[in-house]
Design a protein around this ligand. Structure first.
Ligand code: GDP
Length: 524
């Protein structure tokens, strides 16, 4: 491989920011883009904040809900690295796409609100990252506000998430008394409110300040110093290998809003975040990023981005080689070739057509209905496929039917396609074969309803079943229909596997007590 491409690939850093809504993901993203020179003024990432939707032509439902598609992938250059940030929508926008995006990154940044600690959505997203064994960097945000004690937050990481941590820096005070951070990694103190140019103060080998400063007289500084000494003695050691495997999370304290500690975080993060990683094919071979052959996989399909054209965009994470505009690729699932002339790459504000992209980058392919989530695209004559993307355990269910029974054929056709595409999960009752849809987020049902109307001209009737605990069964042959009931519905999934939908955790435990021989398991 040419040196130029080797350098290009190794400059890529592709990651996602995971957090519970309101932890500050948008705020820190804006600051990162600002440092990368991708935006002039921090505050333009989300359409809903800048009112961009009035003029944009994105899918109607997204307009209604104020979701920005332009922020699906953000790219900027910093210190010789090309950074790709993949958006992981949360809250009402939470869907399987959010999980699948985590399949396409090489690292994750976990944002934690210092006052709230580890929250539910963070736990869910963290688990997926942990399962993949990718490095996870923690940013504890909102230090400019009164929050939990830093030691308590470190303990929470270990107790709630079960991951060991290493504090890269330590806050000196917090809230109104937030004086700065003691930067263990760079051996310096970074002042929150520097006097003149004195932003960084060096520290001595013993750990004290090397210069005189009024801050040292405060109890906040004394406390921070004491904590750091404790961490030095009793805390985990920094270990790059364990960070790379996702066994140890480096922790940074800061404040995205006041832009404190963000740049230091970015620089340190880029130092330890990995370049594009190899990926396993279904034959168990590792496909190396620097392979001569272009390859990638589709992790997300965004429908009807432009209502006038009814097209969709399939997002491809490039795993190996180099993409060239106009190249012909093979989709092994279909044994079919496609010429990739229309591609698009997403930048902070406008869409730009890509000419060149390499392993680690994300490209958007115009799709007229050919691709499915999880598809491999490969260049040349190769026809290997990457390992399938995991199916995630849905938590929300609806019963669905066509409003007009005459439309039942289109109804089933639409469902089949949307299910294959990965937009929604399909279940049915055992004998009556009523259709039940499963999702990890409410948005998926709304998108489903919208697309059934717009693309298949079918009005659907949805009856909510609320949240359920879905469990698959190892020994299906031992399941009897009499075991099912109101609180433990027995259904089949799209592969005809039996699945119990329990009313809640309590109902599941009750079932397990009653039928201890039935071995239940959940997907991711
Ligand atoms: P997201 O939902 O994770 O994208 O969160 P946002 O970035 O939209 O932030 C949620 C709220 O927290 C907004 O009102 C932000 O201004 C605020 N916020 C974000 N970072 C900080 C911070 O460092 N300090 C304080 N005090 N507020 C913050």
């Amino acid at each position: 491989m040419e040196k130029k491409i080797h350098d290009e690939i190794n400059s890529r850093r592709t990651f996602a920011i995971i957090s519970h809504p309101d932890a500050g993901k948008t705020t820190i993203t804006e600051k990162l883009l600002y440092f990368g020179g991708a935006i002039r003024d921090a505050g333009t990432v989300k359409g809903k904040k800048s009112g961009k939707f009035a003029t944009s032509d994105w899918m109607e439902i997204e307009k209604q809900r104020g979701i920005s598609v332009t922020s699906s992938v953000l790219q900027f250059d910093y210190a010789g690295k090309r950074v790709n940030i993949l958006d992981t929508p949360g809250h009402e926008d939470f869907s399987e796409d959010t999980y699948r995006t985590l399949m396409a990154v090489d690292a994750a940044v976990m944002m934690v609100d210092s006052a709230k600690g580890i929250e539910p959505q963070t736990i869910k997203l963290f688990k997926v990252c942990r399962m993949r064994g990718i490095p996870i960097f923690t940013f504890i945000n909102k230090m400019d506000r009164q929050g939990k004690e830093p030691l308590e937050l470190m303990e929470e990481l270990e107790e709630v998430l079960g991951i060991q941590s290493y504090a890269m820096n330590w806050p000196i005070g917090m809230g109104k008394e937030f004086l700065g951070i003691y930067d263990r990694y760079n051996d310096r103190v970074e002042l929150a409110r520097p006097e003149g140019d004195e932003r960084f103060l060096p520290i001595t080998e013993e750990g004290g300040l090397a210069v005189e400063h009024s801050m040292t007289a405060t109890s906040y500084y004394q406390q921070a110093l004491e904590d750091v000494m404790l961490l030095n003695e009793a805390g985990n050691e920094f270990d790059e290998e364990r960070v790379a495997k996702g066994d140890l999370t480096p922790v940074f304290f800061g404040s995205a809003l006041t832009n404190f500690g963000v740049q230091t975080f970015l620089e340190t993060f880029l130092q330890f975040a990995p370049p594009p990683q190899p990926r396993k094919s279904r034959d168990g071979e590792e496909v190396e990023p620097e392979s001569e052959i272009f390859s990638g996989f589709i992790f997300k399909i965004q429908a009807n981005m432009n209502p006038a054209h009814r097209d969709r965009i399939a997002f491809v994470r490039i795993v190996s080689g180099e993409f060239e505009r106009g190249m012909t690729v093979n989709v092994p699932r279909l044994s079919k070739n496609f010429k990739l002339s229309q591609t698009t790459q997403f930048l902070a504000d406008d869409r730009e057509t890509v000419n060149e992209a390499v392993a680690g980058d994300i490209i958007g392919l115009y799709d007229t209905g050919n691709y499915q989530i999880g598809d491999t695209v490969v260049g040349g004559k190769s026809n290997f496929q990457f390992e399938a993307l995991p199916q995630f355990t849905p938590e929300l269910f609806v019963r669905v039917a066509a409003k007009n029974v005459m439309k039942s054929k289109q109804f089933h056709k639409g469902i089949l396609q949307l299910v294959q595409e990965g937009a929604i999960q399909y279940y049915k009752t055992l004998h009556t074969e009523e259709v039940i849809l499963g999702a990890v987020g409410q948005l998926q049902f709304e998108v489903f309803e919208h697309r059934m109307r717009a693309e298949y001209h079918v009005e659907v009737q949805m009856e909510t079943m609320g949240s359920k605990v879905a469990r698959w069964i190892e020994n299906e042959e031992d399941v009897k229909e009499s075991m099912a009931g109101q609180r433990a519905l027995l259904v089949k999934d799209r592969y005809d596997r039996k699945v119990f939908l329990f009313e809640n955790d309590f109902a599941m435990r009750w079932f397990q007590d009653k039928f201890p021989d039935i071995r239940l398991y959940n997907l991711l």
